[in-house]
Design a protein around this ligand. Structure first.
Ligand code: PEP
Ligand code: MN
Length: 350
């Protein structure tokens, strides 16, 4: 339920609404905007809905009272009409600029990550990605460098001067990963790891939540709701493809329609991962351009200094020249989509 106040509502009017909500054993949430709105994020018991709505409707300063029609609330535009901008390590995600997060699937060594960081930064990416804890289908595949990988990420981030993002797979590692990087990544396979969502929520750290490959939009936004409900407003959504009908051509089906759907129903920034979304390096550029055209706030792309030697996801990693070409095409297109792109350290508007 959301109580929208009149533009001239006084503090006393707002307090009056909060008091009535509290009298019913519910917790009000103040949502300042063009006009003040007061939300009730928790489930309002069915038998209480009508009487409470009627009581609130006639209070001084109240413009209207609406029932939130979606199962997710804090993630919903009905609760928070303006776009959320997440600030992480000097980068704004969800604002005017189209943000590119790029780097290898896995952190393999200091040299590999440093080289990747220099390549992605030189071509205009503002966030460096790289996994230290890798969720691999087979226990015999490379599992990542763990803490050592995080240390490398932290060092390279500082040396190159770039914001960093890395995956956290378990609740007990949230604190450690948060100490080493600017943005936590919650992977597709962990989208419904509720203890992990709760811990990342409590951390307040900017968090990129990937959509499960099997997840309907409501479940995805309810996973984001966990982070928000546990006190973390710095949530970004990442569409990374859903299970395809046919795996012989692409690894996943990138759900481009999810971009306008998520932008309509949620205020959270939407990032698109065309690397996992296709699994094929040569399709990454076209899907990136499509994501920009469809209104995404940014991309997460896998780039490797030498994809032939990559220890994970080699088939979808862009080599440096392809990444440069893709970034230049994105810059050209950003001019006609009304977005801007940061170029290296110069921060020029293209
Ligand atoms: C990754 O980003 O390397 C990754 C494992 O992604 P996802 O969780 O989307 O599969
Ligand atoms: Mn990967």
């Amino acid at each position: 339920m959301v109580v929208v106040m009149k533009a001239d509502a006084t503090d006393a009017d707002i307090n009056g609404v909060c008091a009535v909500i509290e009298e019913h054993g519910l917790e009000p949430l103040l949502m300042p905007g063009n006009v003040m709105a007061i939300g009730i994020p928790s489930e309002v018991p069915t038998d209480l809905r009508e009487p409470l709505q009627q009581k609130l409707q006639i209070l001084p300063g109240v413009s209207k009272v609406t029932q939130v029609s979606r199962p997710f609330k804090l993630a919903s535009r009905e609760f928070h009409s303006q776009d959320t901008i997440v600030r992480a390590g000097g980068v704004e995600i969800g604002g005017e600029r189209f943000v590119v997060m790029a780097g290898p699937c896995s952190i393999e060594s200091y040299e590999q990550l440093k080289s990747a960081a220099e390549i992605v930064k030189a071509n205009g990416a503002t966030v460096l990605r790289g996994g230290a804890f890798k969720p691999r289908t087979s226990p015999y595949s490379f599992q990542g460098l763990a803490i050592e990988g995080l240390r490398i990420m932290q060092q390279v981030g500082k040396e190159v001067g770039i914001t960093t993002v890395s995956e956290v797979m378990s609740p007990d590692m949230v604190e450690t990963v948060a100490e080493h990087v600017d943005i936590l990544q919650i992977g597709a396979r962990s989208m419904q790891n509720f203890p992990l969502l709760i811990e990342a929520g409590k951390s307040g750290k900017p968090t990129l939540l990937k959509r499960g490959m099997w997840a309907p939009i409501d479940d995805f936004l309810l996973a984001a709701e966990y982070l928000l409900a546990h006190g973390n407003p710095n949530v970004m959504l990442c569409e990374r493809g859903v299970t395809p009908l046919d795996k012989s051509y692409t690894r996943n089906t990138l759900d481009l329609a999810a971009i306008p759907v998520l932008k309509e129903h949620s205020h959270l920034p939407v990032i698109v991962d065309p690397s996992h979304g296709t699994g094929v390096a040569k399709y990454v550029k076209s899907m990136s351009l499509a994501a920009l055209a469809a209104g995404a706030d940014g991309l997460m792309v896998e780039v490797h200094p030498d994809p032939r030697t990559a220890l994970s996801d080699a088939a979808q990693a862009l080599p440096p020249d392809s990444f440069a070409e893709m970034m230049s095409a994105l810059r050209e297109m950003s001019a006609v989509t009304g977005r801007s792109m940061t170029m290296g350290a110069r921060s020029s508007r293209i």
